[in-house]
Design a protein around this ligand. Structure first.
Ligand code: AMP
Ligand code: MN
Ligand code: MN
Ligand code: MN
Length: 277
């Protein structure tokens, strides 16, 4: 196992552990390095850094930015950003705006299907009022017995072409990468195996990501089956991307990998964190 994790979520977005709890949990799992990468939000980093100093683990400042590229949502992780960069804080705030209105529209779609109170139900799980995500709806559907799992809630209702999906216009790829660079960080394509786009479309996205100065790609993630590790290792090497790893941990009950505890990367890639130890 690899005791290092560069992608997870706290209560500052749609995770259920506080930033401090994530740090202590990773430490308990013997992790030496952890990045917290909340959706479009970095307010968890300061408390996490404090906790990390206390228990002796290297905390990498991170963020996961929602991006719209060619009409489809992608996620770009920024690592080694300056969490006090006021410009980045403002830019992320703008990218978060509209989430509540979108969630209300999602609630209306559920209403039409006869599932009432979904918006209020999802809100009960929200820990950052500016950051309601589809995950909160998934929790509502699971907890009220309407879906047998959060995964099923996505498959039946919330996925991109599902009946309760509401499209949203996020940051452009160019902006997201520039925001990360302006804040001193490096940009990484999150969970490339999760996008339901053609190979050709994904290649075009990766071409542009490279052209715009992107640095890395997640190879080992909680969103990939182990059979995909070699596939994305090959893609990383083809594009000259550094390889990243991240659990995408959201909650002890919901995640494939525990925070800070992941399978090793394939040996033929260049790990992104080598100079960060
Ligand atoms: P949003 O930013 O509101 O579109 O919600 C995206 C979030 O939903 C992601 O960060 C994941 O946490 C979650 N998500 C997306 N797809 C799935 C899935 N198939 N199963 C569980 N959670 C998912
Ligand atoms: Mn999430
Ligand atoms: Mn993501
Ligand atoms: Mn994530």
């Amino acid at each position: 196992m690899l005791h290092l994790d560069l992608h997870c979520h706290s209560t500052a977005s749609d995770g259920t552990c506080t930033p401090e709890e994530l740090v202590f949990r990773a430490k308990k799992n013997s992790a030496i390095m952890l990045a917290i990468t909340d959706h479009d939000e970095i307010k968890g980093i300061v408390p996490a850094k404090k906790a990390a100093k206390e228990c002796g683990i290297k905390l990498i400042s991170g963020v996961e930015i929602s991006v719209t590229w060619n009409n489809y949502t992608y996620h770009v992780v920024g690592l080694q950003i300056n969490e006090n960069d006021q410009k980045l804080i403002k830019r992320l705030h703008d990218n978060r705006s509209g989430r509540i209105e979108r969630a209300q529209q999602i609630g209306e779609k559920f209403d039409k299907l006869g599932i009432h109170g979904a918006f209020d139900g999802a809100m009960k799980f929200v820990t950052n009022p500016e950051l309601i995500s589809r995950k909160h709806f998934g929790r509502f559907l699971f907890e009220t017995g309407r879906s047998s799992s959060i995964g099923e809630a996505f498959r039946y209702y919330l996925k991109t072409d599902g009946p309760c999906y509401v499209k949203h216009e996020w940051a452009s790829l160019k902006n997201a990468i520039n925001w990360i660079h302006d804040a001193g960080g490096v940009a990484i394509v999150a969970h490339p195996g999760r996008y339901r786009v053609s190979e050709r479309e994904l290649n075009a996205f990766l071409d542009e990501f490279k052209q715009l100065g992107g640095t890395g790609i997640e190879v080992v993630t909680g969103s990939h089956a182990s059979s995909q590790y070699t596939q994305y290792a090959k893609i990383a090497n083809y594009y000259g991307f550094l390889a990243s790893v991240g659990s995408d941990f959201h909650s002890p009950d919901e995640s494939l990998y525990d925070v800070g505890l992941l399978p090793e990367l394939p040996h033929n890639v260049k790990p992104i964190w080598l100079n960060w130890l």
